[in-house]
Design a protein around this ligand. Structure first.
Ligand code: NDP
Length: 294
């Protein structure tokens, strides 16, 4: 058996089109242009690439994009003052502070300063707490993307056994909550879990969000399972450009799984598309409009 490859690129493109359609509608019917402000501190090359991509995709969806590039040595007080301004700005409906921040800044304090209604990364404790409590919340984009990719294979996740490997605030924990909302039965694994292979073998849905290249082996996977690989690992290639691999041994898993996301071309594609969804949702909620149809 060869697994179906879940085409994150195509699914993300389709989602971006639906967002653009809804943006056009709220502009037309309510004179509302959703706006996203992205704050980048310093010159981390990977962060610069992500921020550029967010800017391009936000504009392509018909939204307003505001970029704020701050020097590496910006003070915490100046960054907090910028966030306070963006919180008050009626043209801004989503605020994203690109992580990681330089060591001189206290990430938690910065995230906590963002108005939860504009917290399109879903990292503010209000949103994390609401999600954990099963309430409506802005949820982190990568886990949202994982759910959409899974639903491209399974119309309903009800009663399915899922394993989430990784428990970060950015990916693992919110993904667990979203899976519970879908009525899946969830096992949460992490660096202290025993016998991961055995835990994985019971799962209909495997989510790997670890940051360890090809850690999940083909013989861990239950035949026919759906595998969503969140990992992005850069492997040095002698004399060449680094190779991107996921947290799953893709070639091995291909022979066992029912469906699998590739790296690149899987989850990574969905993250920015879901950021657009969150910005549109935030804009509608702030304006007192019904939730958009995306
Ligand atoms: P973190 O480093 O914050 O968390 C990693 C998690 O993996 C931790 O919970 C850790 O456990 C667990 N872990 C580490 N080693 C093992 C092990 N040997 N066995 C089981 N669990 C282990 O990473 P993130 O959640 O931020 O990211 C995970 C991966 O996803 C990375 O490769 C990252 O690059 C990628 N990523 C991709 C995105 C995308 O858009 N595609 C977006 C965000 C991240 P413990 O808690 O016990 O330490």
């Amino acid at each position: 058996m060869t697994a179906r490859i879940i085409d994150g690129k195509a699914i993300a493109a389709e989602l971006r089109t639906r967002v653009a359609d809804e943006v056009a509608r709220v502009k037309r019917e309510h004179a509302l242009t959703p706006g996203l402000a992205v704050v980048l501190v310093g010159h981390d090359p990977a962060s610069e690439v992500y921020v550029r991509s967010k800017h391009t995709q936000t504009q392509a969806a018909g939204m307003a994009s505001f970029e704020h590039k701050l020097p590496e040595d910006v003070s915490q007080a100046d960054l907090l003052a910028l966030i306070a301004r963006l919180n008050r700005d009626p043209l801004v409906h989503g605020i994203l502070v690109q992580l990681p921040l330089p060591k001189s800044l206290h990430t938690e304090t910065i995230i906590n300063a963002i108005d939860p209604a504009k917290d399109v990364d879903g990292l503010h404790p209000n949103n994390a707490g609401r999600l954990a409590g099963g309430l409506a919340a802005l949820s982190p984009c990568t886990p949202l993307g994982c759910i959409i990719l899974t639903k491209s294979v399974h119309a309903s996740l009800e009663g399915m056994n899922a394993i989430v490997i990784g428990r970060s605030n950015l990916v693992g924990r919110p993904l667990v909550q979203l899976l519970l909302n879908e009525n899946a039965t969830v096992t949460i694994a992490h660096s202290r879990s025993r016998d991961l292979a055995k835990l994985c073998a019971q799962a209909d849905l495997v989510y790997a969000a670890v940051g360890r290249p090809e850690m999940v082996r083909g013989d861990w996977i239950k035949p026919g399972a759906t595998v969503i690989d969140v990992g992005i690992n850069r492997i040095p290639v002698p004399g060449g450009k680094p190779k991107l691999v996921g947290d799953v041994a893709f070639q091995e898993a291909l022979n066992v799984a029912g469906a699998i996301t590739p790296v690149p071309g899987g989850v990574g594609q969905m993250t920015v598309a879901c950021l657009l969804v969150n910005t549109l949702r935030a804009a509608c909620a702030i304006a007192g409009l019904p939730a958009p149809a995306v």
